[in-house]
Ligand binder design. Structure first.
Ligand code: PEP
Ligand code: MN
Length: 349
């Protein structure tokens, strides 16, 4: 689906709203070099009563974008009816939205309705950081013989307080990339960011991590958008973003090597950060256990519990191709730090 030298860019409004908005935005995006136009026709909104998409008549506008501007067009499908309407209208690329990927019934229905066609399908991650659910959606399409597939990572819902609308959860994307290295992989920095000011930094991060391209929301007048107003860029904003992105190329063996190393290091940095965050969370739980043990007058070290924990860690290590002794040694240190912390809590009057 993608040419490998430059990031593959899809851009367009969250929703198709009117023929003028679609044609105006598409014309402006084409002028800044975008070749693939997106627009939602049916919108999965959190609350009823919000703008739920213009419906099928918007497909005629996408047809105009395709015929008059020569751009490829893509939209979201969430049912077999959507698929039928899109195939009839000649939509070039379909995508499955995050809420739909989370629903195996719908994924199955969509996959089945695409059997025997060759329209490319991009599958967004489910809203929860659930790699298996995402992988399952890929498998459902493949079982129907729908093989022109790609992935879009748009981040995940979280209860944590973060600056972005959706938590990047890069490790989920990294896991999918290792599971399906052959699939083109895009990032949707717009839904991840939630605010236009964060789109550039997330786009750069995605390219640094080795994503093949970006799906960016762009509206000719974002402040008037009927959905996702805060996160959309103007077409000029898209142009500025694209020219600011640092893209690593494989010009020579040497440069290729460096690019690969930098991509892998960026992934390692993300993973390390997550390890440290998880350790912080673990210690917080351990402190809580310390407080409860203190209240109930229970000793800190319970040998049986420690032994079963270590047996589990060793088994997990082996299952992940790691040396159980190495991992056990690391957990010894982690356990030691927890015990020391619980000691402090118990001694604290
Ligand atoms: C969209 O792309 O407009 C959309 C609804 O995205 P997501 O499924 O990622 O929420
Ligand atoms: Mn949107």
């Amino acid at each position: 689906m993608f040419d490998s030298d430059r990031p593959y860019i899809i851009a367009g409004p969250c929703s198709a709203e009117s023929e003028e908005q679609v044609m105006g935005t598409a014309t402006a995006l084409k002028a800044v070099g975008v070749g693939v136009f997106r627009a939602g026709i049916w919108k999965p909104r959190t609350h009823p009563g919000c703008f739920e998409g213009i419906g099928e008549k918007g497909l005629d506008w996408l047809r105009r974008v395709k015929d008059e501007l020569g751009m490829k067009v893509c939209t979201e499908v969430a049912s077999f009816r959507h698929v039928e309407a899109c195939l009839k209208a000649g939509v070039d690329i379909l995508w499955v939205g995050a809420r739909t990927t989370a629903n195996p019934f719908l994924v199955q229905e969509i996959a089945k309705s695409l059997a025997g066609t060759d329209t490319p399908v991009l599958i967004k991650n489910p809203i929860s950081p659930d790699l298996e659910l995402w992988a399952g959606a890929v498998e459902r399409f493949r079982r129907q013989g729908v093989d022109d597939l790609g992935l879009i990572h748009r981040g995940c819902t979280t209860s944590k307080k973060i600056i972005y609308r959706n938590s990047p959860e890069w490790h989920v994307a990294v896991g999918m990339k290792s599971r399906f290295p052959e699939l083109p992989f895009l990032c949707d920095p717009s839904h991840m960011a939630g605010k236009s000011e964060y789109v550039a930094e997330l786009s750069q991060k995605a390219l640094d991590l080795g994503f093949d391209g970006l799906m960016i929301e762009s509206h000719r007048d974002p402040s008037c958008a009927l959905s996702d107003a805060a996160q959309q860029l103007t077409p000029d904003g898209v142009a500025a973003l694209l020219s600011s992105l640092k893209v690593r190329r494989n010009d020579s063996d040497e440069a290729g090597y460096r690019a690969a190393i930098e991509t892998l290091r960026a992934r390692i940095d993300v993973i390390d950060k997550e390890i440290v965050e998880a350790l912080g969370e673990r210690m917080e739980v351990s402190r809580e256990i310390g407080r409860i043990k203190k209240e109930s007058n229970i000793s800190i070290i319970q040998t049986l519990r420690w032994e079963s924990l270590m047996a589990g860690v060793r088994a997990d290590a082996a299952a992940h191709g790691l040396d159980p002794d190495d991992i056990a040694a690391i957990f010894d240190r982690i356990h030691g730090a927890s015990v020391a912390e619980q000691n402090r809590i118990i001694e604290d009057k």
